[in-house]
Design a protein. Structure first.
Length: 360
């Protein structure tokens, strides 16, 4: 089950009393009514790396540092936190109305860092409109949806990141290519060709190093996968978590537990170790018979990364479109218009028929 919240830490405009919202691409809160702006004070210390073993063995994976209010969507299962001054709210994933009687309370491990939105909704809508306009055979309804002012929502996606020291000992083989001439028979007689062969020698050794920021999506991956084309982030732009950055945006609560996220991160660490081993063995190709991989001094962070999302329903099927709120890259599934394809085929057939008639 997905869980989403909105910031509970609302701040009023000192000038007119309206709610201040985060201004993407800055470190400021902005009043949409009078234009008043207020800076978000930056923490002088870097965001904290948490000791993984302490949380998994001592605190427990159900540990939390804050309680939030969540509103359940009965259509798709998403849970969203609603700000007190709302009039109405639709689910960010499926667009269905949310019911105030369904408010629930849950705890979570507070994020340690986030990448603030760099694109405002106006810029994101322009990117989305351009992308939709370039889609062949897109339904006209989809193109109109790209212009809808309420059709695009800013969403902070939860991730776990893991750091550790990695040590691995290995046994394997190094393969070096060499070539031999080979004679073979053809219709024109005997010919020769170069055949590549591999000379194998035993190899063993150790590799070690620091693994930084293995990134694991902490949201449940069923109906709402984030396309890999947009899931690329410059983590050097992470800033210490401040709830003011959430103002005006929806924030999803993690549903992949810390324990499961750690399990997934070990698989990524294993891939990194195997790449280091292949490089250490050298040669043209390598075989790894076995590798004993150990991680130490493991730490983790809960971070939030920015995405714009648009949900669209066509012929009874739901489609999602995503824009990276930091980089501006766009991706998503898309519907095709049957009638546009049908009439194009008819047009091609008519053109071919006319060419055939005048060619006689």
């Amino acid at each position: 089950m997905q869980e989403i919240q909105k910031s509970e830490h609302k701040k009023a405009c000192a000038n007119c009393g309206a709610e201040l919202k985060f201004k993407p691409g800055s470190h400021q809160l902005n009043c949409e009514y009078c234009g008043y702006e207020e800076f978000i004070e930056q923490s002088k210390s870097s965001f904290e790396e948490l000791e993984l073993e302490h949380y998994l063995r001592v605190v427990g994976e159900n540990a939390y540092t804050e309680t939030i209010e969540l509103l359940h969507c009965k259509n798709c299962g998403a849970n969203q936190h609603v700000e007190e001054n709302y009039k109405s709210l639709d689910c960010v994933y499926c667009g269905e109305p949310l019911i105030i009687e369904d408010i629930q309370k849950e705890g979570w491990i507070l994020p340690g860092a986030l990448i603030p939105f760099q694109l405002d909704v106006k810029k994101a809508r322009s990117i989305f409109k351009t992308w939709v306009g370039g889609l062949w055979f897109a339904p006209n309804k989809l193109k109109r949806a790209a212009l809808h002012p309420e059709g695009l929502h800013g969403l902070y996606i939860p991730y776990w990141t893991f750091d550790s020291n990695l040590f691995a000992s290995y046994q394997g083989q190094r393969g070096d290519y060499y070539y031999e001439k080979q004679r073979y028979r053809t219709k024109n007689g005997m010919q020769t060709r170069q055949v590549r062969k591999t000379r194998w020698t035993s190899a063993s050794g150790t590799v070690n190093g620091f693994v930084d920021d293995i990134l694991i999506n902490a949201s449940e991956k069923k109906r709402r996968d984030i396309p890999s084309a947009i899931a690329r982030w410059n983590l050097k732009e992470l800033v210490s978590f401040d709830s003011k950055y959430l103002s005006g945006f929806v924030t999803e609560k993690y549903t992949v537990s810390l324990k499961e996220g750690h399990h997934q991160s070990f698989q990524e660490a294993k891939n990194i170790a195997y790449n280091w081993i292949r490089r250490d063995i050298g040669g043209d190709t390598q075989r790894i018979a076995n590798a004993d991989i150990k991680l130490s001094n493991e730490t983790f962070k809960h971070i939030l990364l920015p995405v714009y999302i648009s949900a669209y329903r066509y012929n009874g099927k739901e489609y999602h479109f995503y824009i990276n709120g930091q980089m501006g890259t766009v991706s998503g599934s898309r519907p095709y218009s049957f009638w546009k394809i049908f009439f194009l085929v008819l047009f091609i057939i008519a053109v071919i028929s006319l060419i055939a008639i005048f060619a006689k």
